[in-house]
Write a protein that binds this ligand. Structure first.
Ligand SMILES: [Ca+2]
Length: 313
């Protein structure tokens, strides 16, 4: 089987960084056509810079990186420095990037890439708010049917919310965009908090990154250490949930995950529950399924895969 062609849409974020590193370490499975930055965890100037930093850390300075939307479709930007630190990538001390951003806007790159590839051969991997993807679908509705699959991190059912009591961060930041994407008709696979809160960076797993003895292993250990502080205080959990790498791990080994093909709608009206993923896990409505909503992960298998692949960079 040839490597799967993907566009990563991202707001790094330490966990975004690990997701990108995993993809770039796995060329036999994943062909990264480009990486598009979006405002989310931190404002756009930082997410685009962090994307370049991560590509350089991986030694992949030929990756095309594009800058996208700097704010959600219909709301003010909400960021998460309280989780990710002031830079979005706090933890390791990494050099400022020298590789350039591409001139083309991220949304135009997404549109052009889907138009110039055969239908069903390009997968979109959103790791942040869905603004860039929704903008592309609004601007060029013809590309929706060309998407092979959208594999995204976002939402929750059993775990409910992490930025509000009802909503997960990525969906909450731009619920209008999420509504557009979930209604578009392209096949969607969702990695919600229900999965990612089981992908915990325990001390043993963090040590395994550090013991790789490489700049990448050390940086990932430092990033997940930083990230972990917040989650330990907040949730009392054994370690930080490694949200976004679940997306790129799924592309390499989908058998690590299990879930249900169900209907998922996005709350866009109520301030109280804004951005909630209303997931019909129990099949209590007649609404047609529009997403494969994951519920479980083989966490040991996931961390083995991750550590083994990061060792290559
Ligand atoms: Ca992210």
């Amino acid at each position: 089987m040839s490597a799967r062609k993907i566009i990563i849409d991202t707001d790094p974020g330490q966990d975004d960084a690990v997701a990108i590193l995993l993809a770039l370490a796995s060329p036999e499975d994943i062909d990264v056509l480009g990486i598009t930055a979006v405002a989310g965890n931190v404002p756009l100037p930082l997410t685009q810079k962090n994307t370049l930093i991560v590509c350089e850390l991986a030694g992949k300075t030929d990756v095309k990186v594009f800058s996208g939307c700097d704010r959600p479709l219909g709301r003010d930007l909400v960021t998460a420095e309280h989780v990710h630190g002031k830079t979005g990538l706090d933890g390791p001390d990494l050099p400022d990037p020298v590789m350039p951003l591409q001139d083309q806007h991220a949304v135009d790159f997404i549109i052009e890439t889907l138009r110039t590839h055969d239908a069903g051969t390009v997968t979109l991997c959103p790791l942040g708010p869905l603004t860039n993807i929704a903008m592309a679908f609004e601007k060029a509705p013809d590309i929706v049917e060309k998407v092979q699959e959208i594999v995204l991190m976002g939402g929750a059912y059993f775990e409910v919310g992490n930025i509000t009591p009802a909503a997960e961060f990525n969906i909450y930041v731009d619920p209008q965009a999420a509504h557009i994407v979930f209604r578009a008709g392209a096949p969607i696979t969702v990695m919600p908090l229900d999965v990612t809160h089981k992908a915990l960076v325990t001390k043993f797993r963090n040590d395994a990154f550090r013991e790789l003895g490489t700049p990448v292993g050390k940086a990932v250990a430092q990033m997940t250490d930083f990230f972990e502080r917040f989650d330990k205080e907040k949730y009392g959990s054994a370690g930080a949930p490694l949200h976004d790498p679940c997306v790129t791990a799924y592309l390499i080994n989908p058998d690590l995950f299990s879930g249900r093909h169900i209907n998922v709608e996005i709350e866009t009206q109520s301030e109280l529950t804004m951005g909630m993923t209303v997931a019909d896990w129990w099949g209590v409505t007649q609404r047609p399924p529009n997403a494969t909503f994951m519920g479980d992960i083989d966490a040991d298998g996931f961390f083995s895969l991750l550590t083994e692949r990061l060792a290559r960079l």
